[in-house]
Design a protein around this ligand. Sequence first.
Ligand SMILES: [Zn+2]
Length: 466
Amino acid sequence: MDRILRCAHAYTLEDDGLGYLEKVDIFIDGGKIIKIIPSSQENKAEEIIDLTHHLVLPGFIDAHMHTGMNILRGLAQDTSHWMMHGLGPFAQVVSQEEELLGSKLAILEAARAGTTSFGDYETNMDEVCGFLKKMGLRGQITATVREALHRVYAPGEIYEFDQKMGEESLQRNLALFEKWNGKDKMRIFFGPQGADFLSAELLLRLQRLAKEKHTKIHMHVQQGDRETYQIQKRYGKRPVAFLKELGYLDKSLLAVHLTDCLDDEVKIVAQSGANMIFCPASIGIIDGLVPSADVFQKEGGMVALGSDQAPGNNSHNLIKEMYCAALFTKIKRQDPEAMPAWKVLRMATIEGARACGVDESVGSLEVGKQADIIAIDLRRPSMSPVFTHPMRNLVPNLVYSARGDEVDFSMVGGDIILREGSFIKDELEELFEELKGVPESIGHRAEAGFNEVAGSNYRWMKEGLL
Ligand SMILES: [Zn+2]
């Protein structure tokens, strides 16, 4: 036996609820959970890990991230034109090497707050897979496939497609699949960026590939009025109707955002067997909207959580994402019983695993599954006091009070990532060394564009308010 985790409180996330267990030992061997029994004195293992003042959970699954953009953290909030006035001037000048630094920072930030599975999504993912492997973390990784040329379009102009660019990005996604899928804790998905960014032919080719390779399509769906406009102009219908007619709505689809969907459209996507990724903090900041994840669930659909990107959301922290998912849905429905804490914890774990098609190996603490496990320190003020009778406040405390640094221990496939809140492989110091001068350099290159756009943050800087 490799290890026994001696736990005060554990939620297994088995079946339909949270599966609460008090005082249990979790036995781990060969990277998997092999037994969960009431705590005993059994000590026949290489190591006994004392989690007797902890809340033990399956590791969190962040299903949708753009970690590379993290190099631009904090540069694109509080603006009504996120893409143009916020992100645009900076995104245009960032290099691939700088993006990789951003990815590493984002991954460490998320892992520190309990994320064990990373749903990263960008153009160049090979080195991100390499970093996840180095850290011992798990990935469900997607490479962006896109045909629409990157340039400034006039209002109302339809995107110009470039077949060569589409083909190259598809081949990049395919190469990533062949290199990493099924190896080193990685799954690779196919990533059409959105129905508006690719021709129908390329969308269908990707779908055929995903089915042939038994993997998922990970795509932004009806993510804003810009997408709705493009699809309406091109095909005479709204994105969900277009995708339905194309035969794109089925269980192989991981649909991100659904921001611009009416509730009836959300229902159509859910009923098709497709899955949803809900990024409440990012969509709240970028659009001031709350996608209808609750409607999706009521129709029997599976919803995962995603932190999306840091120049917008400002963080990669699934505990914060659970908080926003619960709070925003309550406010949207004007109903305090909407989206309870236990439900958002399921989205961060087993429901997220089901949505991503990885629930046979992760998402719950069950015999035979991978040992992806985190432990929350209950001796932190934010997690105290602990009640177990007549009601347990462990999960409400986690969702509504914790901040992320209460995560004290984590392991992925039996490999320990965090002990007493510190990384086993500490990359941070080296990373901060590499980051020296980078913000100054990006700022210098972006300055002219930032001034020209003259968005809200530019004005507030000018007025000395920011
Ligand atoms: Zn995205």
